[in-house]
Every structure is written in structure tokens, then in C-alpha cells.
Design a protein around this ligand. Structure first.
Ligand code: UGA
Length: 432
């Protein structure tokens, strides 16, 4: 099948490359010339395990092409995936759909034969209806079909999530496009993925409701962790004990810092904004947002307490600063709140991240990037394990602390409290 992916961010690039790997002809289009020319040279602009290899492989065998020519790419394709960003509107909470509608205008004037137009970007309920209205102005109804096909890829696990999805959701009630979409996904369905066909609006809402629910699950366990800290209970026992109930499930029950990333914070706000439009109060999700915003403050309070409120000239190390492991993405990472707050109190921060230097801290005095774990830790008063990279899972703290003992605050509960304490370190973690 001939596919066109508009937008080469996480969603467009990963999906495009994976569709090419399944044997389709894929053109990935982006208006960013430098991005496209890098991709043509096999250089992938984002950190995503396994992506680079798949780009090179499929580009070489010519199933994958890159272009900046939107019109030409649309004309050459039968299935058009819209994968552009839908960030939070500046100064608001609803999704900014300007990039979506700009692309739709271009599509509208380039429909030369029947095309399926698919929103893979996360878009509010009724966006598909609006796209259809725009396309209908210039095109006959039998020349196009607008479908919602949300993605459920996690950064850092995106290739695996694409290849072995729990479910594929296709929102359409038009027979022709349902058949084509099922065909497109048949290699994944035959490997066991559940295929769910719903109305277009339902598919749009499934995406937001899923992200809001996962954000709720994390926030719930984070609050229970707060209670565990006060009652001498180990949160890990609670996660296991709850997760074994099949109705609850064990995934996304790991307590830690505030959730971040490009999706949960933006999508929880956007679903509330949509609900407001339809005069519906999503009070649970509202509380989740509030609780998550408070979480960084709460963990900062713990840091102050651990250091006896004396932060002036204290050396603090951050191991990992991205919003989670296996990504270089800094969007809405809790480190962006915690590090400046600690600096303000007079501390000095060294950070080490497996994905290297972060421009986000470049303007903050007293924040230094270290090239190795060892370099970041030496001379430290407090080491904060902020993300759960494998690189941080078996650090020999004893050998690094030869000159000075530091305190460890493990915000991802990677280590056994007993083992670390036996090595003579003061050790703090989450909910235990
Ligand atoms: C999320 C969803 O998991 C994907 O299904 C969805 O497709 C994607 O958003 C999207 O809408 O594009 P992602 O933002 O990549 O994926 O990251 P997650 O793995 O979901 O993690 C989000 C945040 O929750 C991170 O800060 C992570 O550390 C935190 N988290 C996750 C926890 O604190 N505890 C957990 O048990 C799981």
C-alpha cells in the first residue's frame, strides 16, 4: 500500500518506519528541511532504541522515502496519516489544532483519487467531523474518507509497542476504509493484536481516556506511596498486592516522581477542555492534574528535609533528567521543576544523563553536566536517582564514595533499601 506520513516526530517517524518494515511504500514528509536531509543520510533526530537501524534498512531497500514536498507526497499516496503535533494552546488548556488544519487544507487541494485521511495525532472529539467538513468543500464525498486511528506508542518502547500492540483502534463507519485499514494492519492482527472498530468520535475519545486513565493510575499509586511513608509500609508490596487483581493489573503502578512527557500532561488538560465544551465535569482527572503538579513540590520538601533544610553550597547529583528512561525527551520532566528550585535554595547540581547534555539547563548557573556517572557523583552530598535507566541499576556506590559518603534518594525504587543501608549509606526512596 502507498502511505504518506505527515510529520516526522515520534508518532509519524516510528509508525512510518514500522509500516515500511511491514512491506508498504511509505513517504515521510516534514516541512523541516534539515530534519529530512538528516533522515536521508540515516541520521535519526530523536533517541528511540532500534529506530535508527530500521530507518537505514528500509531507506536502503527503498520502501521508505523522505520528502519536504507535501503536495507531491499526498498525490502519490492512497493512505494519508496526519501525525503533526497537537500541543497545549499557549495560555490555555485545549489542544492547538492549527498544524492539523494547515495540513488538511493542503490535502484538500491535492485529492486526485480516493484517499483515506487518518488522524494519528491525538485530536479532541469531533476533530474528524471538522476535517471532513473542510475536505467536503473542495472534494466529492466519494473521493475521501476520514478515519481516526490513535497511536498508543510509549517513547523508548515505541518499536515494540507498534509491532506488538495490545489493540489497534480504527474509528470509522465506512465499509471501504474499514476494509483497507484492516488489511493494512493484518500482519499485526495475525500476530495476536486485537482489532477494534468503533465510531470515529469514539476512537478519538479512547485515546484521551486511555492516557487520562494511565495518568490517574500513576497518581493514585503516588498518593498511596505518601501514605506508606507515614505508616511504615512498603509501596512495592501494595503495587504487587493490588496489581495481581486482574481487574486492576500491575502495569503503571510504579510510584515515583510526577509523571511527565509530551502526552499525559497535555492530554489530561485537553480532555478537560473538551468536556468543558460539552458541559461535563471530569472531576477525577482535574484532581489528578492537581495532585501531579503538587508532587514535585512534595518531593522537593523531602529533599529539603533530608538535607536538614541546609541547601547552601550542597552538591546534589541527578542521575537522569529526562521524564523517564530510554528517551532523550525533556518535555514536562519533573527535573525541570526540581533542579531550578534546588539551585534557588543555594544548592549546586551536577547531572548525568545517558542521552547527554540538556540545553534546558544551559542558562541556569550552578548546573553542570557530567560525562560519566562517576564524575557526577564524586564530591556529592546527595545523589538523586531521577530516572530508571538500566545504567543506574547496578552502581557500585561504595567504590564511588571513597573520599566522601553521600546520601542517596532513589526516586524510582531501583535499589533494595536494606542492601544500600548495609553498605553504610543513608538511603531514601519512595513510599517505603
Ligand atoms: C504515553 C502512553 O503510555 C502511550 O500509550 C501513549 O501512546 C503516549 O503517551 C502518547 O500519547 O503518545 P509516554 O508519554 O511515552 O507514553 O510515556 P509513559 O511510559 O506512559 O510514561 C509517562 C510518565 O509516567 C513518565 O513520567 C513515567 O515515568 C511515568 N510512570 C509510568 C510512572 O511514574 N509510573 C509508572 O508505573 C508508569
Amino acid at each position: 500500500m502507498k502511505l504518506c506520513m505527515i510529520g516526522t516526530g515520534y508518532v509519524g517517524l516510528v509508525s512510518g518506519v514500522c509500516f515500511a518494515d511491514l512491506g508498504n511504500d511509505v513517504i515521510c514528509v516534514d516541512k523541516d528541511f534539515s530534519k529530512i536531509s538528516s533522515l536521508k543520510k540515516g541520521r535519526v533526530p530523536i533517541y528511540e532504541p532500534g529506530l535508527s537501524e530500521l530507518v537505514i534498512k528500509n531507506y536502503k531497500n527503498k520502501r521508505l522515502r523522505f520528502s519536504t514536498d507535501l503536495k507531491k507526497s499526498i498525490i502519490q499516496s492512497d493512505i494519508i496519516f496526519i501525525c503533526v503535533g497537537t500541543p497545549t494552546k499557549k495560555g490555555g488548556s485545549s489542544a492547538d489544532l492549527s498544524q492539523i488544519f494547515n495540513v488538511v487544507k493542503e490535502i484538500s487541494s491535492s485529492i486526485n483519487k480516493f484517499k483515506i485521511i487518518i488522524t494519528k495525532s491525538t485530536v479532541p472529539v469531533t476533530t474528524g467531523d471538522e476535517i471532513e467538513k473542510i475536505l467536503s468543500k473542495k472534494n466529492k464525498k466519494n473521493k475521501f474518507s476520514v478515519v481516526s486511528n490513535p497511536e498508543f506508542l510509549r517513547e523508548g518502547e515505541a518499536i515494540r509497542d507498534f509491532t506488538y500492540p495490545d489493540r489497534i483502534v480504527v474509528g470509522s463507519n465506512e465499509k471501504k476504509s474499514i476494509k483497507i485499514m484492516r488489511n493494512l494492519y493484518s500482519p499485526l492482527i495475525s500476530k495476536g493484536a486485537q482489532y477494534v472498530n468503533t465510531s470515529r468520535r469514539a476512537a478519538e475519545l479512547i485515546k484521551y481516556a486511555s492516557n487520562a486513565f494511565l495518568a490517574t493510575k500513576i497518581t493514585f499509586i503516588n498518593e498511596i506511596a505518601n501514605l506508606c511513608e507515614k505508616t511504615g509500609i512498603n509501596i512495592e508490596d501494595i503495587s504487587i498486592g493490588m496489581g495481581l487483581d486482574k481487574r486492576i493489573g500491575s502495569r503503571f503502578l510504579r510510584a515515583g516522581p510526577a509523571y511527565g512527557g509530551s502526552c499525559f500532561p497535555k492530554d489530561t488538560k485537553a480532555i478537560i477542555s473538551t468536556a468543558d465544551k460539552f458541559k461535563t465535569n471530569l472531576s477525577v482527572i482535574k484532581s489528578v492534574i492537581k495532585s501531579n503538579e503538587n508532587r514535585s513540590k512534595l518531593l522537593l520538601e523531602r529533599v529539603y528535609k533530608i538535607l536538614n533544610k541546609r541547601l547552601k553550597n550542597k552538591q546534589i547529583t541527578f542521575l537522569g533528567v529526562t521524564f523517564k528512561a530510554n528517551t532523550d525527551d525533556m518535555r514536562d520532566s519533573s527535573s525541570l521543576i526540581m533542579i531550578p528550585a534546588l539551585i534557588k535554595k543555594g544548592a549546586k547540581v551536577n547531572y548525568y544523563d545517558p542521552t547527554g547534555y540538556k540545553k534546558e539547563f544551559s542558562k541556569i548557573k550552578n548546573v553542570k553536566n557530567s560525562a560519566t556517572i562517576k564524575e557526577s557523583i564524586i564530591g556529592s552530598d546527595l545523589v538523586i536517582i531521577h530516572t530508571e535507566w538500566n545504567d543506574f541499576k547496578s552502581i557500585n556506590f561504595k567504590s564511588l564514595a571513597r573520599s566522601k559518603k553521600f546520601i542517596i534518594f532513589d526516586m524510582r525504587n531501583i535499589y533494595s533499601a536494606k542492601k544500600i543501608k548495609n553498605q553504610g549509606f543513608k538511603y531514601y526512596s519512595i513510599g517505603r
